[in-house]
Design a protein around this ligand. Structure first.
Ligand code: PLP
Length: 388
């Protein structure tokens, strides 16, 4: 399989990834290799591929393009976003401290909390937007700092370069979960981070029809260690999922542009609506994250959340009845979704931690898709007037 050229623009890299590389039949898009095992030329030598858990041409094709898009030394494709995050923890020893955002994805919070309960790592959750709290936490000498920006679901933005500088001063590794934006809007390795993780289930695949993950590392040494662990513990992704993800990835730039335009229009409408008490979208000039978003990102993305004046009851009524927005967890697909994070995406988080992070029952999260803007606005306006 060929690697993508460094000189091409990201959009061309994604469209052209692995195109025209098939040597067997001249197929233009790459073929799907489902085989779990590969013939050895001789007992002393294995070929480029030998066993599906260890390596696979479809995983390689996807890892090459993701690594190129994130400016990494390489990428490891995993079976889910959670597998990607957990894989990175294998770089640590049991006594090592992880500094994580107090408002991270509920599944990440659950993983860290339960691994810590098992004594397999130590974790400290901190509000990374609070400079004083962050400085105090850095004094505890973390070995890994996890950043999730914008945060899920409150869309809080933290300064990757600034946190990375503080982490480097205490020799901690920095890992950024870039799931919410994708490399089309944010490239954390260029801002100083060491590792980027993705739930490829979301924007990278973009069609809500696979579950997968990826870890991209800046140093070849980390890539090698992560590849070793991924094979050792068997968390590498399925060939079919990699094939699908590469197919979906080709339209990432177009999907992001369309979804982001819709999200901005929806955020502006919600901000003015009398039934809405608060909108969390860094694309709005009034949002506290707007300035940092402009400096750090290539756009605000297409995720937003909001609260209703009618509280939890109104939120549930809207979520269950609004047209076009499917009531479902996950995000980043071409179709629009609505969810109540407290009972859906963040239910794995303990209630006190959830409320401390500001995730109340009256909060709704939208993953805005690429449907026609006017249709989405109309559906939400009708849904809101039905509950008012
Ligand atoms: C920010 C973020 N990171 C990681 C994950 C986990 O990904 P997966 O569901 O593919 O395991 C999610 C899932 O929603 C997420 O939103």
């Amino acid at each position: 399989m060929t690697k993508t050229s460094k000189d091409l623009s990201p959009r061309t890299k994604t469209v052209q990834a692995e195109i025209g590389t098939d040597t067997a039949y001249g197929s233009v898009p790459p073929a799907l290799y489902l085989s779990s095992t590969y013939r050895w030329p001789s007992v002393a030598h294995k070929g480029e591929y030998d066993y599906g858990r260890t390596n696979n041409p479809n995983r390689d094709g996807l890892s090459h393009v993701l690594s190129a898009l994130e400016d990494g030394a390489g990428a490891v494709i995993t079976s889910s976003g959670m597998a990607a995050i957990d894989l990175v923890f294998n770089l640590l020893s049991v006594d090592d401290l992880i500094l994580a955002p107090h408002d991270c994805y509920g599944g990440t919070h659950r993983l860290l909390t339960h691994r810590a309960k098992q004594g397999r790592l130590r974790v400290e959750f901190v509000d990374q937007g609070d400079a004083k709290a962050l400085t105090a936490a850095m004094a505890n000498n973390p070995k890994l700092v996890l950043i999730e920006t914008p945060s899920n679901p409150l869309m809080r933005i933290v300064d990757i370069a600034k946190i990375t500088k503080a982490a480097k001063a205490v020799e901690a590794l920095v890992m950024v979960d870039n799931t919410f934006l994708s490399p089309a809007r944010q490239r954390p390795l260029a801002l100083g981070a060491d590792i980027v993780v993705h739930s490829t289930t979301k924007y990278l695949n973009g069609h809500s029809d696979i579950v997968g993950g990826a870890v991209v590392a800046k140093s070849a040494e980390h890539v090698e260690a992560l590849e070793w662990w991924a094979n050792c513990i068997g968390v590498t992704g399925a060939a079919f999922d990699s094939y699908q993800t590469l197919r979906g990835l080709r339209t990432l730039a177009l999907r992001m542009d369309a979804a982001e335009g819709n999200a901005l229009a929806i955020a502006k409408m919600l901000k003015k609506h009398k039934a809405v008490s608060k909108v969390y979208y860094p694309g709005l000039r009034s949002d506290p994250g707007y300035k940092l978003m402009k400096a750090q990102q290539d756009g605000p993305g297409a995720m937003l959340s909001f609260e209703l004046k009618g509280g939890c009851e109104a939120a549930v009524a809207l979520a269950e009845n609004v047209a076009l927005f499917q009531l479902a967890a996950s995000l980043g697909g071409v179709e629009s979704l609505i969810c109540q994070p407290s009972t859906m995406t963040h239910r794995g988080m303990e209630e006190t931690a959830r409320l401390e992070a500001g995730i109340t029952d009256s909060l709704l999260r939208l993953s805005v898709g690429i449907e026609a803007e006017a249709d989405l606005i109309k559906a939400l306006e009708q849904g809101l007037s039905a509950i008012s």
